[in-house]
Write a protein that binds this ligand. Sequence first.
Ligand code: A2P
Length: 275
Amino acid sequence: MAADDQVTRKLSNGAEIPVMGLGVWQVDDGSECERAVATALEGGYRLIDTAQAYGNEASVGRAIRSSGIPREEIFLTTKFYPGNRDARVEAEKSLERLGTEYVDLYLIHWPQGGPTWAWPGMEAAVEAGLTKGIGISNFGATELQELLKVSQIQPAVNQIQFSPFEYRRALVEACEDAGVVAQAYSPLGTGRHLDDPVVGRIAAATGRTPAQVLIRWALQKGLSVIPKSTHKARIDENFAVFDFTLDDDAMTSLDALDTTTQTPDALAKRQKWWS
Ligand code: A2P
């Protein structure tokens, strides 16, 4: 393991979140999802990230229960689908589907209808013991600031689209300044960034794979990272990122791939699927 590595990061609620996890966006409900989660847990992952909108909470829950790993050793995240109105009520339904007493983290999936309206329901979910922590996803710096003005409980995490090509430096800094841990989804650009020649060159020079280089870059930026895969070899490969470091030259070359002008926004306007 590299000397400066933290395998977990401390959240504002006092909990520790693993820096590496499995994301199950676009993983079909049923055996595919169950197998991916089981494989990840066997391979040492202890962070699993799902969402109400993914439709696969029941499979995630089954895989966790049949893993034999004590529930308290696993960090489980799900997300409130903001097309619904009451985050606390929806958390109860998530727990039923997941077959667990609590989640470790419950995020507003995106700031549809504004950044603040759902937060009282999120806080109520904490007070009811349904989740240990609450946070946000796809919130830009301005939305984060608006939420901080009204929140009784601080958001613990902001989960954002993040990779060298989507290097939202100003947003990451705004999260850090607010004591919010930033977490990277689509760290591989949903697979698109794996064929990039700069990434390939750095991978060849370090004796690593493109996926490991992209994940390692995000870890060295201080984020928690949740790549998705349904294949055992890749799930294992993505987790094998704690025994090497990208040097300054490699980090600088990867930083230069940014196409977002280091934006404080969570997504480009054209990418937003909500209003
Ligand atoms: P698969 O699930 O078939 O393994 P992201 O995490 O950015 O959303 O990227 C996920 C995509 O990248 C999926 O299509 C996944 O495919 C693929 N992927 C994940 N890990 C690797 C890897 N180590 N090597 C190649 N492709 C990968």
